[in-house]
Design a protein around this ligand. Sequence first.
Ligand code: NAG
Ligand code: NAG
Ligand code: NAG
Ligand code: NAG
Ligand code: NAG
Ligand code: NAG
Ligand code: NAG
Ligand code: NAG
Length: 908
Amino acid sequence: MEKESFHFNRLILLLIVVASRSLALTRPHCHEDEKSALLEFKAAFFTKDEKPPCCSGATSDEPAKIESWNASTGESKSDCCSWAGVQCDKVSGHVIDLNVSCSCLSGKINSTTSIFRLLHLRSLNLAFNYFNCEIPPAIENLGSLRDLNFSNSGFMGHIPHSLGHLTRLIHLDLSNNRLIDTTLNGLTLLLTTTSACAPRNIDPEVPDPCQDPHWKSNLRLHVNKSGGEIPSSFGRLNHPKRLDRHFNSITGEVPSFLGNLVQLKSLSLAGNMLIGRIPSSIGNLVRLTDLDLGYNQLVGEIPLSFQNLLELRFLALRSNQLSGKIPSSLGKLIQLTNVDLSFNQFHGAIPSTIFQLQDLQRLNLNSNNLSGTVKLDWFSEVESLQVLGLSSNKLSLIVETTISNEYYALGLGSCNLNGFPEFLQYQTHLFFLDLSYNNISGQVPEWFLTVSPEYLRHLNLSGNFLTSFAQDPIVFKWEELVVADLRFNELQGSVPIPPSNMWYYFISNNRLSGEISPLICNLSSIQMIDLSYNNLTGFLPQCFNNLSSTLEVMSLQSNNFIGEIPNLNGNSCALIMIDLSCNKLHGPLPRSLRNCDNLEFLNFGNNQIMDVFPSWLGSLRSLKVLILRYNKFHGHIGEAADGVDFLALQIIDLSQNIFSGSLPSGYFEHWTAMKVSETNSSSYIGDAIKRAWIFSSDATFHYSMRVIAKGIQMNYSKIQEYLTLIDLSSNNFSGAIPEAIGSLKQLKLLNLSNNILVGPLPPFMAKLMNLEALDLSQNQLSGEIPQELTQLTSLAVFNVSYNRLIGPIPKSQQFDTFENNSYKGNLGLCGTPLSRKCGDPKALPPSSSTSEEDQDSGSAMELEWKFVCMGYAIGLVNGVVLGNILITRRRAQRLVKNFGRRKQMRRR
Ligand SMILES: *[C@@H]1O[C@H](CO)[C@@H](O)[C@H](O)[C@H]1NC(C)=O
Ligand SMILES: *[C@@H]1O[C@H](CO)[C@@H](O)[C@H](O)[C@H]1NC(C)=O
Ligand SMILES: *[C@@H]1O[C@H](CO)[C@@H](O)[C@H](O)[C@H]1NC(C)=O
Ligand SMILES: *[C@@H]1O[C@H](CO)[C@@H](O)[C@H](O)[C@H]1NC(C)=O
Ligand SMILES: *[C@@H]1O[C@H](CO)[C@@H](O)[C@H](O)[C@H]1NC(C)=O
Ligand SMILES: *[C@@H]1O[C@H](CO)[C@@H](O)[C@H](O)[C@H]1NC(C)=O
Ligand SMILES: *[C@@H]1O[C@H](CO)[C@@H](O)[C@H](O)[C@H]1NC(C)=O
Ligand SMILES: *[C@@H]1O[C@H](CO)[C@@H](O)[C@H](O)[C@H]1NC(C)=O
């Protein structure tokens, strides 16, 4: 009996031991098939050495979480449920949550990819990786998904229909991809858009992936025109170049089947290239709290069915082309806290129902076409409102002094204000204030300089009629100010001293005078400085080289600076753009510029710089624009040395110097950017340094330039990526036109006028098929005009006047448009448009060159270059997007004529 009970007890004990063992193991291990699926996924896509731009917070040295996944033995390592980014169900052990965002994954996933075997997934986050392919239809295998996040993952093509089967989805984030058709006109568009990072935001509430230096350096990316794939080594493109967009051929629309996902609470498709209308089926998503369709190319009106989205808190439609009126039914969506309709084409009045949204915190209507008179008081009825953007509409704002709201951000640009609104004195938490393009005149009141002294970060007063500050010089007291825009006022006195944290300081187009205070060199974070179009004098401070490690844009043109150009780089050089043109600087070019590897744009034109051709700039592989016109550059340009390639150069203006010797044919051979075919791109040089703010208009620093050649005046307020130009006019170049010039097949504008070139006008010029303007006037070219030139079908301006040409003028449609002036001063030319008929040796030569005419042309030229310095450039206009203007005199005349004719017709 005892023995039995002993045995019985042992049995119990054993059972207890077994039971407790198994209790210890209740947390189930991961399933083998899922583990191998995960490892297969890692093996196929994890590329340790190729880091895509990561999400904010992740420093580039931090190992990706997926790196630690490992199949080797050892309890915890082999249990995939313990791996970083993986979560399993506590009971079943199935993987239900996979978060491998920002994990340096790259490569094409497809329907056979192993993650689509993780059938129990509820949450999948692949954000901030680079898959460079369409979203595979097998996404529908993951029928349990509630959260799907593919943001910033390089997806392109259509959103697969099967996504509409994921009816349990609650959060869907497909933002910042390229969800469009991928093959357009035989071109393959690749890589993500800059819009992923487009708003280089200073909103402290937005963490910002664009601040990641890695991302920044990759902003400009290649598009491979010949088809095929760009290497997935996103991080390795050292000289990213340009990013084309072909909006017209895009076919992707917001798929209306998304309206099936009726559980959805949040939907983000922002930052894609979606076109078409917003499908009204989105109105079925009645549980939506967050809807973000911003940064696409959507058109049409806000669908009426939006009035069903009663749970909606966050509505972002920014930066589309939406139109119509803002529906007054928005006032029914009483949960709304954040409405961003900015940068669209909404018109009409702001519906008064908006003021019923008592929880509204942020309302951004900036940059639409809204009209009518509004009272700031009405907005202030919404007590929670902290952020209000009304700039760049056609509104008239009435501000009474009773505003009690505490605003964080106020965009009141172009609101017809006649003075500084007084309630601003009592605002203490403003970090953003835009009063640009109003009618505010006179002295800036003293109280204004202490508005929100501890918080103000971004101030825009540009485009008013401000004349002065109460003190001179004024030192701004806003400690946190990082952006100040005071351009286009009438400010006199010396340059105000900004606080030392400043990033962007714009005070061009005023009447500032005196010297630049050396205090400016305390700006230890400065990235852009624009003092152009003032009346500043004196030497440039030597200490400018203190700024060189941060300064990207230095725009000092059209002042009266004298002396030598200081050494511009201390330890490193961040310059992308430097414009010192139209001053009185002399001495040689500072050789230290050679270290500015990112330099794209250099304009030292219209100074008194005495130097030889800076061949040493040729090693700068980003340099696109080199303008040295009207200086005292001299000597032979000679042959290009090794490594002096000027690889990216597309605009070179050396006109009005005293260069001599033959034309630089050795260089022509190297100027690759003028040879490679580029389709017309909608982007501009300098787009990469575009900065966008949340409420004001985008502050884009476009490079501006004026190119003057005899008979042609071109003002570029921004420069298209595809513009190519060589101006070597008004020097002492001699010898023949070299054959190498024929290789510059993408050249659009060529000016060799006013040199001492001899020899024939060679037939190989006909290879320059893209040429729009050719000026060879005032040389000593002889022989006939080759018939081959009639192949230049793009040619709009042609000038061979004042040479020694003979024979008949070629006949073709293009040549028939050129007038007398194109040919005059050549004693031997005949045929239309000249009065001298060919084969009629007795006829008089066309009106022969008289000394009077020569004087005329001389003084015209002088006038022209003066004009270059005096005119106001519009390089930096807030909110106004100006296309480039190319006006030939003839076209201008035609325009004027047509305009007159139209007027007459109207009168009749
Ligand atoms: C797994 O980890 C072990 C030791 O931690 C290491 O030796 C092995 O290389 C790792 N395997 C993989 C595939 O990373
Ligand atoms: C996913 O991982 C990222 C980066 O590791 C982290 O920032 C994010 O909060 C995670 N998301 C979720 C839902 O856990
Ligand atoms: C899917 O991708 C794998 C490599 O990741 C490849 O071997 C396979 O051929 C692809 N399948 C299809 C149908 O494209
Ligand atoms: C998607 O994931 C990224 C990175 O983890 C995160 O920043 C983003 O907020 C997520 N989207 C949503 C809607 O949660
Ligand atoms: C562009 O694609 C072609 C064809 O696939 C390829 O040969 C070439 O190397 C690619 N160029 C670049 C810069 O990737
Ligand atoms: C702006 O609205 C006015 C009417 O208020 C209209 O005439 C004009 O065409 C609109 N402009 C644009 C660019 O939509
Ligand atoms: C602008 O202000 C001036 C006075 O400072 C005033 O005379 C003028 O009428 C104002 N213009 C508009 C359009 O309000
Ligand atoms: C510019 O300053 C100079 C003196 O430095 C002065 O003579 C000249 O009148 C000023 N020009 C303008 C347009 O204010």
